[in-house]
Design a binder for this molecule. Structure first.
Ligand code: ZN
Length: 217
């Protein structure tokens, strides 16, 4: 199908280019400047599911983690094709995703800001006081630092390395946040310096998750 300006329809364009992809070259491209595990996933998904781009089969897949991964892999692949073949597939793909109402995330995350507005600080402190000493210390640190949960775990566990004169400088490799500088309260700092307790996912889940859901109900 040829569009008004004489170009091939992007979907047809894409089918033809799929046959010309040098997958070894694509693998080198996707690995450049990306985390290895992420690049490997993106490569495998793209190679396996490239036929799903612009397809009804993809649109009809239930929204799940795998679908989001495939969609991200296809977004990367179209970006590469644009560079190699001077196409405009990446934009076409983004528009197509929008037209079909596809989501870029699972949309199940609770609105923590809204939840935060409903939880009173007094209640939070009361609950913190009920925890064993080491967990209480973590809870106080997380509360005072204002960091996100997993950020506060990383900062807490590396406090001795990162805290200098009560200031912690943290660097993240994320699209929306690159760095934080947080104030480490002297009382918390003193206790942290004496503690060798490390927070883990399982301790975090047991001690804090259930309490959050109780307050959320
Ligand atoms: Zn400190």
């Amino acid at each position: 199908m040829v569009t008004a300006n004489g170009n091939l329809n992007p979907h047809e364009d894409y089918r033809m280019l799929l046959k010309r992809i040098d997958w070894n070259d694509y693998e080198r491209w996707i690995e450049e400047g990306r985390y290895q595990a992420y690049a490997k996933d993106m490569f495998n998904y793209a190679k396996k599911f490239c036929n799903l781009l612009f397809s009804n089969e993809f649109v009809e897949m239930p929204n799940c983690r795998r679908k989001i991964n495939i969609q991200n892999a296809l977004a990367n692949l179209t970006r590469y094709l644009d560079i190699k073949f001077e196409t405009n597939l990446h934009d076409s793909f983004l528009q197509w995703v929008g037209r079909k109402g596809l989501k870029w995330n699972l949309g199940k995350k609770p609105d923590l800001y809204a939840l935060g507005q409903r939880v009173k600080i007094e209640d939070m402190i009361k609950r913190l006081k009920e925890l064993p000493e080491s967990l209480k210390l973590f809870g106080a640190f997380a509360l005072v630092s204002g960091l996100r949960t997993l950020e506060s775990v990383a900062a807490f566990n590396n406090h001795d390395k990162l805290c200098e004169n009560g200031i912690m400088e943290l660097f993240w490799d994320r699209r929306c946040k690159k760095a934080n500088a947080i104030y480490c309260h002297p009382l918390i700092h003193e206790r942290l310096s004496k503690s060798d307790f490390k927070m883990s996912d399982s301790k975090l889940y047991k001690a804090f998750r259930s309490r959050l859901s109780v307050q959320d109900s």
